[in-house]
Design a protein around this ligand. Structure first.
Ligand SMILES: [Zn+2]
Length: 387
């Protein structure tokens, strides 16, 4: 009996993307970031600039990890025997204009050798002659895509004539699976406007487990999955705060879970977990961030950096939805949110206890998680924003 189906949860499949990339088996090193300069006809050599940019980006990740308490730790990048970052040049057959239509990656794809489409590698591709790239018809300063599941890779496409440090950091971070940070009051690099303030703690904690930041890669073929979602609770009617609990499972232990907005994948809340095989993630956020959607995406990361994104349907109590308020004539008096009371654990008849032994795992500590405290601040700030 497959209870996943019973709960009508949907898997996001990346099969099509994997096919598109035409992955081939290769004996290359795994989990290495590789740098490519795609040089259309008539465009200048940019390899020195690109090498310098990638060296700075590589160093910046290390310093940001250090600032967040993980020591100087950065991603594995392909280097030559002189410890220089390798920039592979791929000479385009056509001038730049031939690669601008619709999606730049698709335009260069037929000319990109298969050795730059290797699974479990990340390819950062700079395109000569361009100020902006095109992604599905949208002009952009760059794009970064993560591939996840049984393979963990990705690619970024960045215009070589408009090398902006924080943009390159942002797109490279996307290839590791980081998504946009919705906090409107900070200047995080993964914020919508690509700020300057580095990585948030939950982002550093994610990178700490990422394959590209680590040497050991056991059990890479086991991805976490969401077992079930609990009924939604309204935590604060006035502030439109709802709480969603999700059970996630991984044989490697669940390290962290995140809930993201459906559509753009922006992070609504995160929960640091304790590496048990089954963990219950508790998310609290302002329902208005959903923009009316009745589904979201749960991202579960295991202790070895494997992750999976799963759509969940949200049965949101009508009372939780935002009702337009008149402009306040007196300053809002934000009340501190009460921490969520832990609910008594009730065995669920749908649980797969017959098939697994995870119930013998110790329960995670019951304490007010730091993310809820951070949330209170966020929610108060959000209330100010509404003014
Ligand atoms: Zn982005």
């Amino acid at each position: 009996m497959n209870h996943i189906r019973q709960h009508a949860l949907f898997f996001i499949t990346l099969t099509a993307l994997l096919t598109l990339l035409g992955f081939v088996l290769a004996a290359d090193a795994q989990f290495v970031v590789r740098t490519i300069y795609f040089q259309p006809q008539g465009t200048p050599d940019k390899t020195a600039e690109i090498r310098k940019m990638m060296a700075d980006v590589h160093d910046f990740f290390g310093r940001e990890m250090q600032r967040n308490g993980f020591g100087f730790k950065t991603f594995h990048i392909e280097k030559d025997t002189n410890a220089q970052i390798v920039v592979h040049t791929v000479k385009g057959k056509h001038p730049t204009a031939n690669y601008t239509a619709d999606t730049t990656y698709d335009a260069i794809d037929p000319e990109l050798p298969n050795r730059f489409k290797v699974p479990n590698n990340i390819h950062i591709i700079f395109i000569g002659g361009m100020q902006r790239i095109n992604h599905h018809g949208t002009s952009a300063l760059g794009v970064g895509i993560s591939i996840f599941g049984n393979q963990i890779g990705g690619y970024a496409v960045i215009p070589a004539n408009n090398l902006i440090f924080r943009v390159v950091v942002h797109e490279v971070a996307h290839t590791f699976g980081l998504q946009h940070n919705l906090d409107p009051f900070t200047d995080f690099l993964m914020g919508i406007d690509t700020g300057h303030a580095g990585f948030a703690e939950y982002e550093a904690r994610w990178l700490d487990k990422n394959h590209y930041f680590n040497d050991d890669h056991p059990n890479i073929n086991f991805v976490p999955r969401v077992l079930r979602t609990h009924p939604i609770r309204v935590i604060d009617i006035e502030e439109h705060i709802i709480e969603i609990k999700v059970d996630a499972q991984s044989i490697n232990g669940i390290h962290q879970a995140e809930i993201a907005r459906y559509g753009d994948g922006s992070i609504l809340d995160t929960h640091f977990l304790h590496a048990n095989r089954i963990e219950t993630a508790v998310f609290q956020f302002n329902v208005n961030f959903l923009r009316g959607a009745t589904r979201a995406a749960v991202r579960a990361l295991d202790t070895h950096g494997n992750f999976w994104i799963q759509q969940i349907d949200l049965d949101i109590p009508p009372v939780a939805f935002f009702e337009p308020e008149p402009e306040p004539t007196t300053p809002l008096k934000p009340e501190p949110l009460k921490p969520a009371k832990p609910e008594p654990t009730q065995p669920d008849p749908n649980d797969e206890k017959a098939e697994t032994d995870e119930k013998s795992e110790p329960e995670p500590e019951k304490q007010t998680p730091r993310h809820i405290k951070a949330h209170r601040k966020f929610i108060l700030l959000w209330a100010k924003l509404k003014r």
